[in-house]
Design a protein around this ligand. Structure first.
Ligand code: PLP
Length: 367
């Protein structure tokens, strides 16, 4: 990234952009276009909604955690009517609840289903393939819009095979980049819906972006230096072995983390092992422990930034991130910092969670 910024209307840039736009498709597992906005993930959320829907449309969402709530709020701010399926934040999306809602909607008023694949706030991954199957069984025409901000390049994800209409993501997680790129992977049904969408929009217009992208350009100034970085990130993922080696590395580091948590005698927040996240583990602290004080201590003593509990779980859980450019020794350092922090903060726990994680990392290296 740390190179001079080139003219984004010149041939060198066009070659870079075309390469990125083509190669990013493998990460989403799609042959259809992926749009890249100079934005955060929130911008890409908005782009997905304003290009496919009309003001006043009903959308179905699921309260899996803080990011599901934030996406729903954004939809409401845009004038959409959100039908939120309540949740306890410890489980992923229930496909049966989606099917029930869609079956009851005989007038097809629900125009889209919003699903967060990996809830970064709770460390819970929902099964998008099952959700799609449940939607298909109802023969309901709603679009499926999926947030893969923290699952892209960390968990198995198949935009095209799973029949996702728009996948939203960002640069700052599995792609190992700084924040600043927002993605929309779009399918044919979403592109069709975009032709009649009446939302007022300018910056987020897919049609303008796609027309410019054809020639390797953007309708406005792109995040040129982040595209240098994206090119390298895509090369790194390919070298490691996109797809499964990258996903397996995350799965293995996540399992080691969970073994540490159980070794400490603490509780993994996610209730269903089938929904454990490859990228984040939320840990429930014992009643009466000051979560913020614990994290502050770990930051002060070890310069290790743990994730705060967000929204409803603020003060209850802390989160260990294990995604992106991350390996065995980085995880070992992280878990050592947590274990020392638990002791120093006087959090009731058993010693040796780190040993359980190291044993697992060692054993799985032998295989
Ligand atoms: N969705 C998920 C699952 C996230 O984890 C985040 C951010 O962490 C977002 C959306 C919002 O992305 P951003 O903060 O880049 O706007």
């Amino acid at each position: 990234m740390d190179r001079p910024t080139i003219d984004h209307r010149g041939p060198e840039f066009a070659a870079l952009a075309k390469e990125c736009l083509e190669d990013i498709k493998a990460v989403f597992q799609t042959e259809h276009p992926v749009l890249i906005f100079p934005s955060s993930g929130t911008g890409a959320w908005e782009a997905a909604l304003v290009n496919t829907l009309n003001p006043g449309d009903r959308v179905l969402a699921f309260e899996t955690g803080q990011f599901a709530i934030l996406w729903a709020k954004l939809a409401e701010n845009l004038g959409l009517k959100v039908d939120m399926v309540p949740g306890d934040w410890r489980h992923g999306i229930d496909p049966a609840a989606a099917a029930a809602k869609l079956s009851a909607d005989s007038g097809h008023e629900i125009k889209a289903v919003l699903a967060v694949h990996n809830e970064t706030s709770t460390g819970i991954t929902s099964d998008i393939e099952d959700l799609r199957a449940a939607m298909d069984n109802t023969d309901h025409p709603a679009l499926l819009l999926v947030d893969a901000v923290s699952s892209l390049a960390t968990a198995a994800y198949r935009h095209q095979k799973w029949g996702v209409d728009v996948t939203v993501s960002g640069s700052q997680k599995g792609l190992m980049l700084p924040p600043g790129l927002g993605f929309n992977a779009v399918g044919p049904k979403a592109l069709e819906a975009a032709k009649t969408s009446t939302f007022p929009k300018g910056y987020w217009r897919w049609d303008d972006m796609l027309a410019f992208n054809e020639k390797g350009f953007f309708p406005y100034t792109p995040a040129t230096n982040l595209l240098y970085a994206l090119k390298e990130s895509l090369a790194m993922l390919r070298e490691e072995g996109l797809y499964w080696n990258v996903v397996d590395r995350h799965a293995r580091l996540a399992e080691a983390t969970r073994r540490a948590v159980l070794g400490w005698g603490l509780e993994i927040w996610a209730a269903n092992p089938g929904e454990y996240s490859n990228s984040t583990t939320a840990v429930l602290l014992p009643e009466g422990v000051n979560e913020a004080a614990f994290r502050t201590l770990v930051l002060d003593k070890f310069n290790l930034s743990l994730g705060a509990g967000l929204g409803k779980v603020a003060g209850k859980v802390f989160r260990i991130g294990h995604l992106g450019d991350f390996n065995d020794l980085m995880l070992a350092g992280t878990l050592a910092g947590v274990e020392m922090g638990l002791e120093l903060a006087g959090v009731p726990h058993r010693k040796g969670g780190i040993c359980a994680a190291l044993d697992y990392l060692t054993e799985t290296r032998k295989q």
